[in-house]
Design a binder for this molecule. Structure first.
Ligand SMILES: NC(=O)C1=CN([C@@H]2O[C@H](COP(=O)(O)OP(=O)(O)OC[C@H]3O[C@@H](n4cnc5c(N)ncnc54)[C@H](O)[C@@H]3O)[C@@H](O)[C@H]2O)[C@@H](O)CC1
Ligand SMILES: [K+]
Length: 512
């Protein structure tokens, strides 16, 4: 699903109005009815007090139109117009008139107005600012936002939490509505998925308001949201007369004294993702434990007992996953440099492989085109330098990806795969996966997919989705706290089965 910018959403709006021959207030009516239906299907006319806070732009217009539908269905409502500007939008005014026609008189909140009481049992509809927010809200509006946030009432935000801009981090992190639920029109907003800006909503859902598919199809976007519908076409079916050689030979290189488990997890994940043959290359000390832990893999050893000191492969595998648990000792750095200079196999690089690259950026030129790098935030910072905020981070990652012709998997609650100037935002995964070895499993999975013939970009996107889904399935029996990396591996099979079930036909809904 494409993630549009605010500018593109306005264009989609205009395009739809023209092509479908409708008025802008009719589009607003669709938005308002969508929200009304959502509320009504849940409340079923329950006797609950709904306080609507509406700005004076089109987001406020949505709220005012919603108020009319709620009243017509006998809900108890109070409508507040947050009068932060005299420049009221045409459709806001039109809907305000329609409200007044029905003898509903809003309360106008201005700079010096007393703020209304909000009971914890109320429902607050937040329609103060939408995607048009382009500067910090006035001080007195911030006070209202704070007042709503401390009320303990259930807050439903229209389109986006008010105070959260679409294209940057908030001017003041405290002055943003904390929404329990966001009903967002037609397309998700990038801010929902970034660590600094995704904290303002608990759950979100997309409401289809019938923006024209022709515009949506034809518009190129910088970001795409990756769900089941996006990964399913990437899936490579196994064929009847295939054999293990059909699904590639991968090598996992890494480990050190006390860190052989990282290679064990990566190799096991690689195999469990469908790779035909997996060899692990580890320091001598890892031989017995690896052979015992995963009898299906082959083990090659370094001459050094405790460190990777010379990576000597007598064959060229289909892909190599390298770096986990390897350390950055001088001897290992030299071995890695020597390896990179002569290697021709596609690479997936993780952990200490990335740390060595950060220490010696001159080695980046030896990476094969489209190598996949899987940094966690600290490793990413070592590679691309410090960033001022999440948006800056994404821009820096795009530049790094373009300059070094590589794919970066920025790991996080919503991992984002960066390929040159495009980003793919993952939707699976949960906090239970914030556990030791989870990254090693991901590296193994992406390596295993490349071995089977997935392009590195598809392997990164599909692998991140599958990994998160395996974790989501894992927590259903383990809970967040007790899920371990090995538990993610155990559920890779179920995750495949889930992907292959009938296509998504429910609206995207996600806890963040
Ligand atoms: N295509 C869509 O997605 C549709 C969007 N609609 C709604 O329209 C909204 C966008 O409406 P608008 O463009 O009118 O913008 P908003 O309603 O978000 O903001 C209102 C106006 O306030 C001004 N403003 C911005 N920041 C301010 C600040 N800090 N203090 C004072 N004034 C400020 C701006 O001029 C802005 O246009 C969407 O979020 C959505 O709720 C719907 O009505 C229907 C269709
Ligand atoms: K809003």
């Amino acid at each position: 699903m494409k993630i549009l910018t605010a500018k593109q959403i306005y264009e989609a709006d205009k395009f739809t109005i023209k092509k479908q021959g409708i008025r802008s207030d009719e589009l607003m009516e669709r938005a308002a009815i969508g929200i009304f239906d959502w509320i009504h299907s849940r409340l079923q006319g329950a006797n609950v007090n709904i306080q609507l806070f509406c700005g004076i732009g089109n987001n406020g217009g949505d709220g005012i139109a919603l108020a009319r539908h709620l009243k017509e269905n006998d809900y108890s409502i109070q409508v507040h117009v947050v009068n932060y500007s005299e420049k009221r939008s045409k459709d806001f005014l039109l809907n305000l008139e329609r409200l007044k026609d029905r003898k509903i008189w809003p309360n106008f909140i201005k700079e010096k107005s007393a703020l209304p009481n909000i009971s914890p049992d109320d429902i607050v509809v937040d329609a103060i600012f939408g995607i048009g927010l382009n500067r910090a809200p006035h001080f007195w509006v911030s006070k209202l936002i704070e007042h709503i946030n401390v009320s303990s009432a259930f807050v439903l935000s229209v389109d986006i939490p008010s105070g959260l801009p679409c294209h940057r981090i908030p001017w003041d992190t405290e002055n943003v509505i904390r929404a329990n639920y966001v009903l967002s029109f037609q397309v998700p907003k990038l801010v929902f998925f970034l660590p600094e800006t995704g904290i303002y909503q608990n759950q979100w859902e997309i409401l289809d308001i019938g923006l024209d598919p022709e515009y949506l199809d034809a518009t190129a976007t910088d970001y795409e949201l990756i769900g089941k519908n996006e990964v399913l076409p990437m899936y490579k079916q196994r064929t009847k007369f295939s054999h293990k050689g059909t699904y590639g030979h991968a090598v996992i290189i890494g480990g050190g004294y006390g860190k052989i488990g990282a290679v064990q997890l990566a190799s096991n994940a690689c195999l469990s993702t469908g790779c035909g043959l997996v060899s692990a290359f580890v320091p001598e000390c890892g031989y017995h434990s690896l052979q015992t832990a995963v009898p299906e893999i082959m083990v090659l050893t370094d001459d050094d007992d405790e460190n990777i000191s010379a990576i000597d492969l007598s064959f060229t595998p289909n892909v190599i996953g390298v770096g986990m648990g390897m350390g950055t000792k001088e001897i290992t750095q030299k071995a890695f440099e020597f390896f990179l200079r002569k290697n021709t196999a596609p690479l997936v690089i993780d952990a200490d492989g990335l740390n060595i690259l950060a220490k010696q950026p001159s080695l980046l030129k030896y990476l094969p085109k489209n190598s996949v790098l899987t940094p966690h935030p600290k490793e990413l910072e070592r590679l691309i330098g410090e960033w001022s905020d999440d948006f800056d981070k994404l821009e820096k990652a795009k530049i790094f990806s373009t300059e070094n012709d590589c794919i970066i998997v920025i790991k996080g609650a919503h991992s984002i795969i960066i390929h040159k100037d495009k980003g793919f935002v993952n939707t699976t995964g949960n906090p239970g996966m914030a556990t030791a070895g989870s990254g090693d499993v991901l590296t193994g999975m992406i390596t295993g997919l490349i071995a089977q013939g997935y392009t590195p970009l598809n392997a990164a996107i599909f692998g991140v989705y599958l990994h998160g889904l395996a974790g989501d399935i894992g927590v259903t029996s383990k809970g967040y706290e007790s899920l371990k990396a090995s538990g993610i591996i155990e559920n890779i099979g179920k995750a495949y089965i889930e992907i292959l079930k009938s296509p998504e036909d429910v609206p995207i809904r996600k806890e963040t």
